[in-house]
Design a binder for this molecule. Sequence first.
Ligand code: GYE
Length: 351
Amino acid sequence: MKSFLKKISVLLLTATLLGGCGSGNFAGAAEDFIEENEEQADDLITVGFSQLGAESDWRSANTDSMMSAFTEDAGYNLIYKNGQQKQANQITAIRTFIQQEVDYIVLAPATESGWDTVLSEAREAEIPVILVDRRVNASDKNLFSCWVGSDFELEGRKVAAWIKAFTGTKDIAPEDLHIVNIQGNLGSSAQIGRTRGLANAARENGWDLMAEVSGDFTETKGRETMGALLKRFDNINVVYCENDNMAIGAIDALESAGKRVGSDIDKGEVMVVSFDGVNQKALEYAGEGKISCIAECNPLHGPRVRALIEALENGESPRKFNYVDEKIFSREEGVDEVVVDGEVYKVERQF
Ligand code: GYE
């Protein structure tokens, strides 16, 4: 709104100057121009979106979803900034949005910590901040209006529950599960939750969780990390990848090292499990049994963020934390559902 007023005053000044030139037609044209822009600027809500990067297929789907939800037709002017995985870039983007006097800031934060200062600046400027996907661990929860995203620890617990149930059907002893975790970028909510889900399950079940190493959520880093882990350990039989892109890289490294990928651990295969269910190749791998289980992570937050902004525009106070429902996929026989905290999740065969 403030930016709208600023635009209009610039236009009025221009019109006065043009009017002073004494050309009636010219002044008339300027007036039309003002009217058109007035309508446009008045109608549009300006949203500054700081996306953290473009590291995965999940992220691209998330960006697309935001782009298609915040169109001019829908009444928005979206300013998109890609943080290239660097928090410093995201902080700069937010400061630019504040200078531009946007109506809302939407932040998909790379990591959880380090946001207090810049979010306080947004609050000073009275610009509501909506978090999407990952979270921040701000000292004051009023530094943001609300959040929408996934329960990452629940995703991890679902995969762990599936591993437990599936290996149980094969009579594999817990201590015979030699697991490595290829983690997402350290300090991000998705990494923290998924890592915790596995680590707790490993402790509770007596699994051999041998290593946790970050693969930064990228295919290249997943491949590299898996290669390095294969040099450190010769008994890995479960690879828990915190996203599909890293799973694809890890599978490549495993196969290049002459390993067979699949769920027959007792026959020497290495079982790969992962998260997202967005990447086409990962879904194909799941269909072929190269990825044994995928916990869905839904990236289509654009319409959800828009609904939150609409609620704020209408003077409503949306819920602070908004979780999306997600499924679990596996083509493997034997486990039809997993139960976490008394909640039953049917194992989906179609994907
Ligand atoms: O799982 C991964 C992406 O934060 C949920 O980030 C997101 C994660 C997603 O790069 O693929």
